[in-house]
Design a protein around this ligand. Structure first.
Ligand code: VG1
Ligand code: CO
Length: 542
Protein backbone atom coordinates (compact mmCIF):
# COMPACT_ATOMS: atom_id res chain seq x y z
CA UNK A 1 0.00 0.00 0.00
CA UNK A 2 1.22 3.47 -0.81
CA UNK A 3 0.04 7.02 -0.39
CA UNK A 4 -0.35 9.17 -3.46
CA UNK A 5 -0.63 12.91 -3.78
CA UNK A 6 -2.79 13.67 -6.80
CA UNK A 7 -2.87 17.03 -8.54
CA UNK A 8 -6.24 18.59 -9.03
CA UNK A 9 -7.94 21.71 -10.38
CA UNK A 10 -10.43 23.37 -7.99
CA UNK A 11 -14.11 22.74 -8.73
CA UNK A 12 -16.60 25.55 -8.73
CA UNK A 13 -19.48 25.65 -6.29
CA UNK A 14 -18.19 23.53 -3.42
CA UNK A 15 -20.08 25.78 -1.06
CA UNK A 16 -22.04 23.96 1.67
CA UNK A 17 -25.65 25.13 1.99
CA UNK A 18 -28.17 24.81 4.82
CA UNK A 19 -26.98 21.27 5.48
CA UNK A 20 -23.74 20.24 3.80
CA UNK A 21 -22.74 20.16 0.15
CA UNK A 22 -25.48 18.87 -2.16
CA UNK A 23 -25.16 18.28 -5.86
CA UNK A 24 -26.50 16.05 -8.56
CA UNK A 25 -24.99 12.60 -8.03
CA UNK A 26 -23.17 12.78 -11.36
CA UNK A 27 -21.50 16.01 -10.25
CA UNK A 28 -20.21 14.25 -7.12
CA UNK A 29 -19.07 11.30 -9.25
CA UNK A 30 -16.80 13.43 -11.47
CA UNK A 31 -13.21 12.30 -10.96
CA UNK A 32 -11.71 14.30 -8.09
CA UNK A 33 -14.89 16.18 -7.05
CA UNK A 34 -15.57 14.30 -3.82
CA UNK A 35 -11.83 14.10 -3.17
CA UNK A 36 -11.34 17.86 -3.51
CA UNK A 37 -14.12 18.59 -1.04
CA UNK A 38 -12.97 15.99 1.49
CA UNK A 39 -9.39 17.29 1.32
CA UNK A 40 -10.77 20.81 1.86
CA UNK A 41 -12.59 19.57 4.97
CA UNK A 42 -9.41 18.00 6.36
CA UNK A 43 -7.47 21.18 5.73
CA UNK A 44 -10.15 23.49 7.10
CA UNK A 45 -10.13 21.50 10.35
CA UNK A 46 -6.38 21.56 10.88
CA UNK A 47 -5.55 18.32 9.08
CA UNK A 48 -6.48 14.69 9.82
CA UNK A 49 -3.20 13.63 11.45
CA UNK A 50 -3.88 11.42 14.48
CA UNK A 51 -7.62 12.08 14.38
CA UNK A 52 -10.63 9.81 14.76
CA UNK A 53 -13.80 10.13 12.70
CA UNK A 54 -17.23 8.58 12.32
CA UNK A 55 -18.35 7.76 8.77
CA UNK A 56 -21.64 6.60 7.32
CA UNK A 57 -24.57 7.60 5.17
CA UNK A 58 -28.20 7.09 4.28
CA UNK A 59 -27.53 4.29 1.80
CA UNK A 60 -28.30 6.23 -1.37
CA UNK A 61 -26.60 5.55 -4.68
CA UNK A 62 -22.82 6.30 -4.49
CA UNK A 63 -22.86 5.91 -0.67
CA UNK A 64 -20.70 2.77 -0.70
CA UNK A 65 -18.15 4.05 -3.21
CA UNK A 66 -17.83 7.41 -1.48
CA UNK A 67 -17.16 5.69 1.85
CA UNK A 68 -14.24 3.75 0.36
CA UNK A 69 -12.79 6.97 -1.07
CA UNK A 70 -13.09 8.81 2.24
CA UNK A 71 -11.48 5.89 4.12
CA UNK A 72 -8.52 5.90 1.75
CA UNK A 73 -8.18 9.67 2.02
CA UNK A 74 -8.41 9.62 5.83
CA UNK A 75 -5.66 6.98 5.90
CA UNK A 76 -3.48 8.97 3.52
CA UNK A 77 -3.98 12.12 5.57
CA UNK A 78 -2.76 10.35 8.70
CA UNK A 79 -6.03 9.74 10.59
CA UNK A 80 -5.73 7.25 13.47
CA UNK A 81 -9.12 5.61 13.29
CA UNK A 82 -12.46 5.69 11.47
CA UNK A 83 -15.66 4.15 12.84
CA UNK A 84 -17.90 3.13 9.94
CA UNK A 85 -21.49 1.95 10.13
CA UNK A 86 -22.06 -1.60 8.89
CA UNK A 87 -23.06 -1.59 5.21
CA UNK A 88 -22.10 2.09 5.22
CA UNK A 89 -25.31 2.99 7.02
CA UNK A 90 -25.58 5.55 9.80
CA UNK A 91 -28.43 7.95 10.40
CA UNK A 92 -27.51 11.58 10.99
CA UNK A 93 -28.55 11.50 14.68
CA UNK A 94 -26.73 8.19 15.21
CA UNK A 95 -23.59 9.75 13.72
CA UNK A 96 -23.92 12.73 16.02
CA UNK A 97 -24.25 10.37 18.98
CA UNK A 98 -21.25 8.24 17.94
CA UNK A 99 -19.07 11.34 17.59
CA UNK A 100 -19.96 12.35 21.14
CA UNK A 101 -19.89 8.87 22.66
CA UNK A 102 -16.44 8.09 21.25
CA UNK A 103 -15.20 11.66 21.58
CA UNK A 104 -14.05 11.64 17.99
CA UNK A 105 -12.82 14.68 16.11
CA UNK A 106 -15.86 14.76 13.85
CA UNK A 107 -17.83 12.76 11.37
CA UNK A 108 -18.78 12.51 7.71
CA UNK A 109 -22.41 11.93 6.76
CA UNK A 110 -23.13 10.96 3.18
CA UNK A 111 -26.63 12.15 2.49
CA UNK A 112 -28.72 14.65 0.61
CA UNK A 113 -31.40 14.02 3.24
CA UNK A 114 -34.90 14.49 1.79
CA UNK A 115 -33.66 14.92 -1.79
CA UNK A 116 -34.31 11.90 -4.02
CA UNK A 117 -31.46 9.44 -4.61
CA UNK A 118 -30.05 7.66 -7.66
CA UNK A 119 -27.51 8.35 -10.38
CA UNK A 120 -29.76 11.02 -11.91
CA UNK A 121 -30.79 12.44 -8.54
CA UNK A 122 -28.94 13.94 -5.60
CA UNK A 123 -25.96 13.21 -3.38
CA UNK A 124 -24.50 15.11 -0.47
CA UNK A 125 -21.81 15.28 2.16
CA UNK A 126 -22.06 16.86 5.59
CA UNK A 127 -19.22 17.25 8.06
CA UNK A 128 -20.08 17.35 11.75
CA UNK A 129 -17.66 18.71 14.31
CA UNK A 130 -16.40 17.23 17.58
CA UNK A 131 -19.51 18.35 19.50
CA UNK A 132 -21.54 16.14 17.13
CA UNK A 133 -23.19 19.09 15.43
CA UNK A 134 -23.15 20.35 11.84
CA UNK A 135 -20.08 22.40 10.97
CA UNK A 136 -20.82 26.00 11.96
CA UNK A 137 -20.84 28.74 9.33
CA UNK A 138 -17.27 29.89 9.94
CA UNK A 139 -16.07 26.34 9.25
CA UNK A 140 -18.17 25.81 6.12
CA UNK A 141 -16.84 29.14 4.82
CA UNK A 142 -13.29 27.93 5.46
CA UNK A 143 -13.96 24.66 3.61
CA UNK A 144 -15.34 26.58 0.67
CA UNK A 145 -12.39 28.99 0.60
CA UNK A 146 -9.89 26.11 0.55
CA UNK A 147 -11.86 24.27 -2.14
CA UNK A 148 -11.38 27.28 -4.40
CA UNK A 149 -7.59 27.09 -4.35
CA UNK A 150 -6.91 23.43 -3.70
CA UNK A 151 -4.18 21.91 -5.86
CA UNK A 152 -3.92 18.32 -4.66
CA UNK A 153 -5.37 15.63 -2.43
CA UNK A 154 -3.92 12.58 -0.71
CA UNK A 155 -5.20 9.05 -1.13
CA UNK A 156 -4.08 5.55 -0.28
CA UNK A 157 -4.10 2.84 -2.95
CA UNK A 158 -5.03 0.23 -0.34
CA UNK A 159 -7.91 -2.20 -0.86
CA UNK A 160 -11.61 -1.55 -0.26
CA UNK A 161 -12.76 -2.41 3.26
CA UNK A 162 -15.49 -5.04 3.63
CA UNK A 163 -18.40 -3.10 5.11
CA UNK A 164 -20.83 -6.02 5.16
CA UNK A 165 -19.66 -7.38 8.52
CA UNK A 166 -18.63 -5.89 11.86
CA UNK A 167 -14.89 -6.20 12.26
CA UNK A 168 -11.68 -4.26 12.62
CA UNK A 169 -9.31 -3.70 9.73
CA UNK A 170 -6.22 -1.68 9.00
CA UNK A 171 -5.65 0.63 6.08
CA UNK A 172 -2.17 2.11 5.66
CA UNK A 173 -1.75 2.14 9.43
CA UNK A 174 -5.21 3.59 10.11
CA UNK A 175 -7.67 1.54 12.16
CA UNK A 176 -11.08 0.98 10.56
CA UNK A 177 -13.84 -0.29 12.82
CA UNK A 178 -16.98 -1.47 11.08
CA UNK A 179 -19.62 -1.14 13.80
CA UNK A 180 -23.28 -1.94 14.40
CA UNK A 181 -25.21 1.03 12.97
CA UNK A 182 -28.08 0.76 15.43
CA UNK A 183 -26.89 -0.54 18.84
CA UNK A 184 -25.40 2.59 20.43
CA UNK A 185 -28.23 4.79 19.22
CA UNK A 186 -30.79 2.28 20.49
CA UNK A 187 -29.13 2.29 23.91
CA UNK A 188 -29.21 6.09 23.99
CA UNK A 189 -32.97 6.10 23.31
CA UNK A 190 -33.53 3.48 25.99
CA UNK A 191 -31.90 5.80 28.48
CA UNK A 192 -34.07 8.80 27.59
CA UNK A 193 -37.59 7.37 27.52
CA UNK A 194 -39.88 5.20 29.58
CA UNK A 195 -39.69 2.12 27.38
CA UNK A 196 -41.80 0.11 29.86
CA UNK A 197 -44.67 2.57 29.52
CA UNK A 198 -44.46 2.47 25.71
CA UNK A 199 -44.26 -1.34 25.80
CA UNK A 200 -47.42 -1.40 27.91
CA UNK A 201 -49.12 0.86 25.36
CA UNK A 202 -48.39 -1.57 22.52
CA UNK A 203 -49.21 -4.58 24.68
CA UNK A 204 -52.67 -3.04 25.08
CA UNK A 205 -53.22 -3.20 21.31
CA UNK A 206 -52.11 0.34 20.37
CA UNK A 207 -51.54 0.46 16.62
CA UNK A 208 -48.71 2.35 15.01
CA UNK A 209 -47.37 2.67 11.49
CA UNK A 210 -43.88 3.99 10.83
CA UNK A 211 -42.91 4.68 7.23
CA UNK A 212 -39.13 4.51 6.82
CA UNK A 213 -39.52 5.50 3.16
CA UNK A 214 -36.83 3.00 2.10
CA UNK A 215 -34.26 5.23 3.72
CA UNK A 216 -31.87 4.86 6.64
CA UNK A 217 -34.30 4.62 9.57
CA UNK A 218 -35.69 1.20 8.59
CA UNK A 219 -33.19 -0.89 10.61
CA UNK A 220 -33.38 1.50 13.57
CA UNK A 221 -37.18 1.58 13.60
CA UNK A 222 -37.50 -2.21 13.33
CA UNK A 223 -35.10 -2.77 16.21
CA UNK A 224 -36.68 -0.15 18.46
CA UNK A 225 -40.43 -0.21 17.69
CA UNK A 226 -41.02 -3.81 16.73
CA UNK A 227 -38.29 -5.87 18.38
CA UNK A 228 -37.89 -3.90 21.60
CA UNK A 229 -41.14 -2.02 22.24
CA UNK A 230 -43.44 -4.69 20.87
CA UNK A 231 -45.26 -2.81 18.12
CA UNK A 232 -47.00 -5.37 15.90
CA UNK A 233 -44.77 -6.96 13.22
CA UNK A 234 -45.19 -4.98 10.01
CA UNK A 235 -45.72 -1.70 11.89
CA UNK A 236 -42.52 -0.45 10.22
CA UNK A 237 -43.12 -0.09 6.51
CA UNK A 238 -40.65 0.36 3.66
CA UNK A 239 -37.99 -0.70 6.13
CA UNK A 240 -35.25 -1.79 3.73
CA UNK A 241 -32.91 1.05 2.71
CA UNK A 242 -32.69 1.26 -1.09
CA UNK A 243 -30.21 3.19 -3.23
CA UNK A 244 -33.04 5.14 -4.88
CA UNK A 245 -35.48 5.05 -1.93
CA UNK A 246 -37.82 3.06 -4.13
CA UNK A 247 -38.09 6.02 -6.49
CA UNK A 248 -39.68 8.30 -3.89
CA UNK A 249 -38.63 11.47 -2.12
CA UNK A 250 -37.73 10.48 1.43
CA UNK A 251 -39.32 13.70 2.64
CA UNK A 252 -41.66 13.20 5.59
CA UNK A 253 -44.64 15.38 4.76
CA UNK A 254 -48.21 14.66 3.66
CA UNK A 255 -47.24 15.00 -0.01
CA UNK A 256 -44.34 12.56 -0.15
CA UNK A 257 -45.67 10.28 2.58
CA UNK A 258 -49.10 10.20 0.97
CA UNK A 259 -49.47 6.43 1.48
CA UNK A 260 -49.05 6.85 5.21
CA UNK A 261 -51.49 9.77 5.19
CA UNK A 262 -54.10 7.62 3.43
CA UNK A 263 -53.62 4.89 6.06
CA UNK A 264 -54.00 7.38 8.89
CA UNK A 265 -57.09 9.05 7.47
CA UNK A 266 -58.95 5.77 6.92
CA UNK A 267 -61.87 5.07 9.26
CA UNK A 268 -60.13 1.96 10.62
CA UNK A 269 -56.71 3.65 10.62
CA UNK A 270 -54.05 3.08 13.29
CA UNK A 271 -53.73 5.22 16.41
CA UNK A 272 -50.39 6.77 15.57
CA UNK A 273 -48.35 7.25 12.42
CA UNK A 274 -44.90 8.62 11.72
CA UNK A 275 -42.33 8.84 8.96
CA UNK A 276 -38.74 9.90 8.64
CA UNK A 277 -36.51 11.36 5.97
CA UNK A 278 -33.53 9.98 4.06
CA UNK A 279 -30.94 10.38 6.80
CA UNK A 280 -33.29 9.95 9.76
CA UNK A 281 -33.05 13.40 11.23
CA UNK A 282 -36.59 14.53 10.49
CA UNK A 283 -40.02 13.23 11.39
CA UNK A 284 -43.64 13.48 10.49
CA UNK A 285 -46.25 12.90 13.18
CA UNK A 286 -49.87 11.92 12.58
CA UNK A 287 -52.68 10.51 14.65
CA UNK A 288 -55.79 8.74 13.57
CA UNK A 289 -57.53 11.24 11.29
CA UNK A 290 -55.16 14.09 12.08
CA UNK A 291 -51.86 15.51 10.83
CA UNK A 292 -49.68 17.30 13.36
CA UNK A 293 -47.87 20.25 11.81
CA UNK A 294 -44.17 20.19 12.74
CA UNK A 295 -44.45 23.58 14.44
CA UNK A 296 -47.27 22.25 16.60
CA UNK A 297 -45.35 19.05 17.25
CA UNK A 298 -42.46 21.07 18.67
CA UNK A 299 -44.86 22.96 20.93
CA UNK A 300 -46.66 19.82 22.12
CA UNK A 301 -43.36 18.07 22.83
CA UNK A 302 -42.06 21.06 24.78
CA UNK A 303 -45.29 21.34 26.76
CA UNK A 304 -45.37 17.65 27.70
CA UNK A 305 -41.70 16.61 27.71
CA UNK A 306 -41.65 15.91 31.44
CA UNK A 307 -43.45 12.63 30.65
CA UNK A 308 -40.06 11.26 29.61
CA UNK A 309 -37.51 10.45 32.33
CA UNK A 310 -34.79 12.44 30.56
CA UNK A 311 -36.83 15.66 30.75
CA UNK A 312 -38.66 15.02 34.02
CA UNK A 313 -36.84 17.91 35.69
CA UNK A 314 -38.07 20.36 33.04
CA UNK A 315 -36.48 22.18 30.11
CA UNK A 316 -33.79 24.85 30.19
CA UNK A 317 -35.21 26.62 27.16
CA UNK A 318 -36.67 26.09 23.71
CA UNK A 319 -35.30 27.20 20.34
CA UNK A 320 -37.00 27.25 16.96
CA UNK A 321 -35.85 28.29 13.53
CA UNK A 322 -37.19 31.66 12.44
CA UNK A 323 -39.76 30.39 9.90
CA UNK A 324 -41.17 27.92 12.47
CA UNK A 325 -44.44 29.11 14.00
CA UNK A 326 -44.61 30.88 17.35
CA UNK A 327 -46.46 27.95 18.96
CA UNK A 328 -43.33 26.86 20.86
CA UNK A 329 -42.77 30.43 22.14
CA UNK A 330 -46.20 30.35 23.80
CA UNK A 331 -45.28 27.15 25.61
CA UNK A 332 -41.92 28.58 26.69
CA UNK A 333 -43.67 31.64 28.07
CA UNK A 334 -46.12 29.50 30.04
CA UNK A 335 -43.24 27.41 31.40
CA UNK A 336 -41.24 30.52 32.25
CA UNK A 337 -38.22 29.41 30.21
CA UNK A 338 -36.17 31.13 27.49
CA UNK A 339 -37.23 30.95 23.83
CA UNK A 340 -34.79 31.54 20.95
CA UNK A 341 -35.33 32.23 17.25
CA UNK A 342 -32.46 31.09 15.02
CA UNK A 343 -31.89 30.94 11.26
CA UNK A 344 -32.95 27.86 9.31
CA UNK A 345 -30.54 24.94 9.69
CA UNK A 346 -29.55 22.86 12.69
CA UNK A 347 -26.06 24.33 12.91
CA UNK A 348 -27.48 27.41 14.62
CA UNK A 349 -28.79 25.43 17.61
CA UNK A 350 -25.38 23.96 18.50
CA UNK A 351 -24.07 26.84 20.59
CA UNK A 352 -27.31 27.16 22.57
CA UNK A 353 -27.32 23.42 23.28
CA UNK A 354 -23.62 23.34 24.20
CA UNK A 355 -24.15 26.26 26.57
CA UNK A 356 -27.09 24.52 28.26
CA UNK A 357 -29.46 27.35 27.37
CA UNK A 358 -31.98 25.13 25.56
CA UNK A 359 -33.10 21.53 25.89
CA UNK A 360 -35.46 21.14 22.92
CA UNK A 361 -35.16 22.64 19.44
CA UNK A 362 -37.21 22.37 16.28
CA UNK A 363 -37.88 23.49 12.76
CA UNK A 364 -41.04 23.82 10.68
CA UNK A 365 -39.55 21.31 8.24
CA UNK A 366 -40.11 18.52 10.77
CA UNK A 367 -36.76 18.52 12.47
CA UNK A 368 -37.01 18.21 16.25
CA UNK A 369 -34.47 17.14 18.81
CA UNK A 370 -32.94 17.77 22.20
CA UNK A 371 -29.60 18.10 23.91
CA UNK A 372 -29.02 14.31 23.75
CA UNK A 373 -27.25 14.83 20.40
CA UNK A 374 -26.36 17.86 18.29
CA UNK A 375 -28.58 17.01 15.34
CA UNK A 376 -32.24 16.79 14.68
CA UNK A 377 -33.49 13.34 15.45
CA UNK A 378 -36.56 11.82 13.79
CA UNK A 379 -36.91 8.68 15.91
CA UNK A 380 -36.33 10.65 19.10
CA UNK A 381 -39.36 12.80 18.26
CA UNK A 382 -41.47 9.72 17.53
CA UNK A 383 -40.40 8.14 20.83
CA UNK A 384 -41.13 11.29 22.82
CA UNK A 385 -44.59 11.42 21.26
CA UNK A 386 -45.14 7.76 22.16
CA UNK A 387 -43.92 8.38 25.69
CA UNK A 388 -46.34 11.28 26.08
CA UNK A 389 -49.22 9.30 24.57
CA UNK A 390 -48.43 6.37 26.87
CA UNK A 391 -48.67 8.68 29.86
CA UNK A 392 -51.73 10.65 28.81
CA UNK A 393 -53.68 7.81 27.22
CA UNK A 394 -55.49 10.15 24.82
CA UNK A 395 -55.87 10.10 21.05
CA UNK A 396 -53.47 12.42 19.20
CA UNK A 397 -56.39 14.53 17.94
CA UNK A 398 -57.59 15.15 21.47
CA UNK A 399 -54.13 16.02 22.75
CA UNK A 400 -53.77 18.54 19.93
CA UNK A 401 -57.24 20.05 20.44
CA UNK A 402 -56.52 20.48 24.15
CA UNK A 403 -53.19 22.09 23.35
CA UNK A 404 -54.90 24.62 21.09
CA UNK A 405 -57.65 25.26 23.63
CA UNK A 406 -54.96 26.23 26.12
CA UNK A 407 -52.44 28.09 23.96
CA UNK A 408 -54.41 29.00 20.84
CA UNK A 409 -53.66 27.61 17.39
CA UNK A 410 -51.05 28.85 14.96
CA UNK A 411 -52.49 27.90 11.59
CA UNK A 412 -49.35 27.18 9.58
CA UNK A 413 -48.38 26.14 6.07
CA UNK A 414 -45.36 26.32 3.77
CA UNK A 415 -45.71 26.94 0.05
CA UNK A 416 -42.71 26.02 -2.11
CA UNK A 417 -42.01 27.26 -5.64
CA UNK A 418 -39.38 24.85 -6.90
CA UNK A 419 -36.71 24.75 -9.63
CA UNK A 420 -37.12 28.44 -10.45
CA UNK A 421 -34.58 30.26 -12.58
CA UNK A 422 -32.28 31.76 -9.95
CA UNK A 423 -32.69 35.33 -11.26
CA UNK A 424 -36.46 35.14 -10.95
CA UNK A 425 -36.36 33.87 -7.40
CA UNK A 426 -33.85 36.55 -6.51
CA UNK A 427 -36.04 39.19 -8.15
CA UNK A 428 -38.92 38.28 -5.83
CA UNK A 429 -36.68 38.61 -2.80
CA UNK A 430 -35.06 41.85 -4.02
CA UNK A 431 -38.42 43.40 -4.90
CA UNK A 432 -39.77 42.71 -1.45
CA UNK A 433 -36.56 43.72 0.29
CA UNK A 434 -36.80 47.13 -1.37
CA UNK A 435 -40.28 47.65 0.05
CA UNK A 436 -39.55 46.57 3.63
CA UNK A 437 -39.17 50.05 5.09
CA UNK A 438 -42.44 51.28 3.61
CA UNK A 439 -44.56 48.33 4.70
CA UNK A 440 -45.39 48.96 8.38
CA UNK A 441 -48.81 50.58 8.65
CA UNK A 442 -49.88 49.52 5.15
CA UNK A 443 -53.01 47.49 4.64
CA UNK A 444 -53.17 44.76 1.99
CA UNK A 445 -56.30 42.72 1.29
CA UNK A 446 -57.74 43.74 4.67
CA UNK A 447 -54.58 42.80 6.59
CA UNK A 448 -52.48 45.47 8.27
CA UNK A 449 -48.71 45.19 8.40
CA UNK A 450 -47.15 46.00 11.75
CA UNK A 451 -43.46 45.39 10.97
CA UNK A 452 -41.17 44.02 8.26
CA UNK A 453 -37.48 43.18 8.21
CA UNK A 454 -34.76 40.91 6.93
CA UNK A 455 -33.77 38.47 9.65
CA UNK A 456 -30.23 38.68 10.98
CA UNK A 457 -29.21 36.39 13.83
CA UNK A 458 -26.86 37.47 16.57
CA UNK A 459 -25.62 34.34 18.28
CA UNK A 460 -25.87 35.06 22.02
CA UNK A 461 -23.10 32.58 22.80
CA UNK A 462 -20.28 33.35 20.36
CA UNK A 463 -21.40 36.83 19.28
CA UNK A 464 -21.34 36.01 15.57
CA UNK A 465 -23.88 37.52 13.18
CA UNK A 466 -25.59 35.72 10.30
CA UNK A 467 -27.46 38.12 8.07
CA UNK A 468 -29.78 37.72 5.10
CA UNK A 469 -31.72 34.87 6.72
CA UNK A 470 -35.16 35.57 5.27
CA UNK A 471 -37.72 38.35 4.91
CA UNK A 472 -40.27 38.64 7.70
CA UNK A 473 -43.62 40.34 7.23
CA UNK A 474 -45.62 40.82 10.41
CA UNK A 475 -49.34 41.46 10.16
CA UNK A 476 -51.86 41.87 12.97
CA UNK A 477 -52.21 38.30 14.24
CA UNK A 478 -50.28 36.80 11.34
CA UNK A 479 -46.82 36.50 9.84
CA UNK A 480 -45.32 35.56 6.51
CA UNK A 481 -41.70 34.69 5.78
CA UNK A 482 -39.95 34.40 2.44
CA UNK A 483 -36.57 32.81 1.94
CA UNK A 484 -34.62 30.85 -0.64
CA UNK A 485 -33.83 27.22 0.07
CA UNK A 486 -30.22 26.25 0.70
CA UNK A 487 -30.58 22.53 0.00
CA UNK A 488 -31.74 22.35 -3.63
CA UNK A 489 -29.57 21.17 -6.49
CA UNK A 490 -31.50 22.64 -9.38
CA UNK A 491 -32.21 26.35 -9.86
CA UNK A 492 -33.74 28.06 -6.84
CA UNK A 493 -36.60 27.18 -4.52
CA UNK A 494 -38.63 29.99 -3.00
CA UNK A 495 -40.24 29.11 0.30
CA UNK A 496 -43.23 31.08 1.51
CA UNK A 497 -44.14 30.38 5.14
CA UNK A 498 -47.62 31.43 6.29
CA UNK A 499 -48.83 31.63 9.86
CA UNK A 500 -51.99 33.00 11.47
CA UNK A 501 -52.78 32.95 15.15
CA UNK A 502 -56.19 31.95 16.47
CA UNK A 503 -56.48 32.62 20.22
CA UNK A 504 -57.59 29.93 22.71
CA UNK A 505 -61.26 30.87 22.51
CA UNK A 506 -61.29 30.95 18.67
CA UNK A 507 -62.19 28.34 16.05
CA UNK A 508 -59.36 25.77 15.80
CA UNK A 509 -61.01 23.37 13.40
CA UNK A 510 -61.07 25.46 10.23
CA UNK A 511 -59.68 24.19 6.96
CA UNK A 512 -55.98 25.07 7.11
CA UNK A 513 -55.51 26.53 3.64
CA UNK A 514 -58.81 28.43 3.84
CA UNK A 515 -57.74 29.93 7.16
CA UNK A 516 -54.52 31.15 5.54
CA UNK A 517 -55.95 32.24 2.18
CA UNK A 518 -56.26 36.00 2.91
CA UNK A 519 -52.66 36.10 4.17
CA UNK A 520 -51.45 34.05 1.21
CA UNK A 521 -53.15 36.41 -1.24
CA UNK A 522 -51.77 39.50 0.49
CA UNK A 523 -48.23 38.15 0.33
CA UNK A 524 -48.52 36.98 -3.26
CA UNK A 525 -49.54 40.47 -4.22
CA UNK A 526 -46.86 42.24 -2.13
CA UNK A 527 -44.13 39.94 -3.45
CA UNK A 528 -45.49 40.20 -7.03
CA UNK A 529 -45.37 36.42 -7.34
CA UNK A 530 -47.41 36.20 -10.52
CA UNK A 531 -45.67 39.10 -12.29
CA UNK A 532 -42.17 37.89 -11.44
CA UNK A 533 -42.58 34.10 -11.56
CA UNK A 534 -45.24 33.88 -14.26
CA UNK A 535 -47.40 31.67 -12.06
CA UNK A 536 -49.36 31.83 -8.86
CA UNK A 537 -49.59 28.32 -7.47
CA UNK A 538 -46.68 26.68 -5.65
CA UNK A 539 -45.38 23.19 -6.49
CA UNK A 540 -45.62 21.78 -3.01
CA UNK A 541 -47.83 22.82 -0.11
CA UNK A 542 -47.07 21.32 3.27
C1 VG1 B 1 -34.34 22.55 4.56
C2 VG1 B 1 -35.27 22.90 5.72
C3 VG1 B 1 -34.45 23.17 6.97
C4 VG1 B 1 -33.54 21.97 7.26
C5 VG1 B 1 -32.70 21.66 6.04
C6 VG1 B 1 -31.83 20.44 6.22
O1 VG1 B 1 -33.50 23.66 4.29
O2 VG1 B 1 -36.06 24.01 5.41
O3 VG1 B 1 -35.31 23.45 8.03
O4 VG1 B 1 -32.70 22.24 8.35
O5 VG1 B 1 -33.54 21.43 4.91
O6 VG1 B 1 -32.58 19.36 6.64
P1 VG1 B 1 -33.76 24.71 3.09
O7 VG1 B 1 -32.58 25.61 3.11
O8 VG1 B 1 -33.93 23.92 1.86
O9 VG1 B 1 -35.04 25.41 3.45
V1 VG1 B 1 -32.11 17.84 6.16
O10 VG1 B 1 -33.11 16.79 6.92
O11 VG1 B 1 -32.10 18.02 4.58
O12 VG1 B 1 -30.48 17.61 6.70
CO1 CO C 1 -32.48 14.98 6.84
Amino acid sequence: MAIHTKSIQPFEGQKPGTSGLRKKTRVFMQPGFLEAFVQSIFEATGGAEGKTYVLGGDGRFFNAAAIQTILKMAAANGAACVLVGQNGLLSTPATSHLIRLNQTDGGFILSASHNPGGIEEDFGLKFNAANGGPAPEALTEAMYAISQTITSYKISDGPDIDLSRQHEASLDGMRVQVIDSVADYHALMRGLFDFDAIRALFAGGYRMVFDAMHAVTGPYAKAIFEDDLGAAPGSVRNAVPLEDFGGGHPDPNPIWASELMATMMASDGPDFGAASDGDGDRNMITGKGVFVSPSDSLAVLAANATAAPAYAKGLAGVARSMPTSAAADRVAEALGIEAFETPTGWKFFGNLLDAGRVTICGEESAGTSSDHVREKDGLWAVLLWLNILAEQKKPVAQLLAEHWARYGRDYYSRHDYEALPTEKAQAVMAGLRDQLASLPGRSVGGLTLTAADEFAYHDPIDGSTSSGQGLRLYFEGARAVLRLSGTGTQGATLRLYLERYEPPEGDHQRDLQAALAPLRDAVRSLARIEALLGRVEPDVIT
